[in-house]
Design a protein around this ligand. Structure first.
Ligand SMILES: NC(=O)c1ccc[n+]([C@@H]2O[C@H](COP(=O)([O-])OP(=O)(O)OC[C@H]3O[C@@H](n4cnc5c(N)ncnc54)[C@H](OP(=O)(O)O)[C@@H]3O)[C@@H](O)[C@H]2O)c1
Length: 336
């Protein structure tokens, strides 16, 4: 029962009104029927009927929203009164949050990509745990997004990382590892230790997180690592960063095989407008870089941490994705 208005009413009343008005009404009839079907599928109309103006028989079969959207596409640009229209109609499609009740751990969750992913995951019903080194910033971030808990430690400190995961209650659904950024130093200016750090640290961090988190992770959950598209080209300025970048996709795929059925994926970002990016520029230099990106990127705008967060949450919720690298750079790698 839908209320005082129902599909049968539409089937009878709308053509009658239409005939009376001399108008072509099939499009209007279909639109109203679709609206009712959507409303019934999603229980949008729940109030008891306030008045009954026509006898209502058993309702005709209803279309659920996905079917309705398909029908809407098929009926695009209906002819009304002999005039073609390209107007579109938005049908409300309420849905379940994608990460309802799932625990998401953000290693590096107090700023930038990690913090925005926490915010997005919360909006999808997740419980989030944030880590970072600076306890004050971490606390502010936790209040900002309503985090379940926080832990302040350096992710490169293997014993501290192990302690954190040992103390974390099960189950963990997803873990995003952001944390430290690369150092851009010419190769000949680097010491052996620096090279080992730059190439090894990111892989070692992924590995230590995998080792400690995976036993507590739910099948189908994902470990998400961060890489970049900028380092794919070779340049003097990038130094060791290109080699470090190149190691991540095969590392991710190999880890995905070992950790299955836990999934492992890699996000490769270009310039993302975060506090980290700001550290590479002066204030004017940063604005100039943004302007350059707006002018030259195929998407005509700067990629923000919310964009990466949207991708991260999609990878968390899409259980078909593992061992893969997902580029998100607005086309930057093809124009610079
Ligand atoms: N922004 C970009 O354009 C871009 C592009 C490609 C890839 N990435 C990668 O994405 C990751 C995140 O970048 P972002 O731009 O979001 O950086 P961000 O804005 O600087 O945020 C980094 C977060 O990680 C934490 N963190 C940093 N070092 C840490 C450590 N050693 N141990 C624990 N937590 C640490 C920071 O908090 P504390 O400082 O308090 O520890 C902060 O919460 C980095 O790995 C970066 O290389 C960034």
């Amino acid at each position: 029962m839908v209320g005082f208005l129902d599909a049968n009413v539409i089937n009878v009343a709308v053509p009658a009104i239409g005939r009376a008005l001399g108008a072509h009404v099939s499009a209007l009839q279909w639109i109203l029927t679709s609206y009712l079907a959507t409303a019934r599928c999603s229980s949008l109309i729940t109030a008891p009927p306030r008045r009954v103006s026509l006898h209502i028989q058993e309702p005709t079969p209803v279309l659920c929203p996905s079917q309705s959207r398909r029908r809407l596409a098929e009926h695009a640009a209906p002819t009304i009164g002999g005039t073609m229209t390209t107007a579109t109609m938005t049908i409300p499609t309420p849905r379940e949050p994608e990460l309802l009740g799932q625990a998401v751990v953000l290693i590096g969750g107090s700023a930038g990509i990690g913090l925005e992913t926490a915010r997005r995951a919360r909006a999808e019903g997740a419980e989030v745990v944030l880590t970072g080194r600076n306890a004050e910033r971490l606390e502010r971030a936790a209040q900002d997004v309503g985090a379940r808990s926080t832990a302040a430690f350096d992710a490169g400190d293997a014993p501290a990382l192990k302690r954190f995961f040992d103390e974390l209650p099960e189950p963990i659904y997803h873990v995003l590892v952001t944390g430290p950024g690369p150092t851009y130093v010419p190769l000949m200016e680097m010491t052996g230790d620096q090279v080992r750090r730059e190439v090894g640290d990111h892989l070692a961090l992924g590995l230590e997180v995998a080792r400690n988190a995976a036993p507590k992770m739910r099948s189908g959950g994902t470990l998400l690592l961060m890489g970049g598209t900028g380092g794919r080209k070779i340049s003097r300025a990038l130094g060791i960063a290109s080699a470090a970048t190149a190691a991540l996709p095969p590392f991710t795929a190999a880890l995905a095989l070992e950790l299955a059925p836990v999934r492992v994926n890699l996000i490769a970002a270009g310039f993302v407008d975060t506090p980290l990016s700001a550290t590479y520029f002066s204030a004017e230099g940063l604005e100039a870089r943004r302007e350059e990106l707006r002018r030259t990127l195929p998407i005509g705008r700067v990629v923000g941490p919310e964009d990466v967060a949207a991708l991260a949450v999609h990878i968390m919720s899409n259980t078909a994705l593992t061992g893969a690298t997902y580029d998100i750079d607005g086309g930057q790698q093809f124009v610079f």
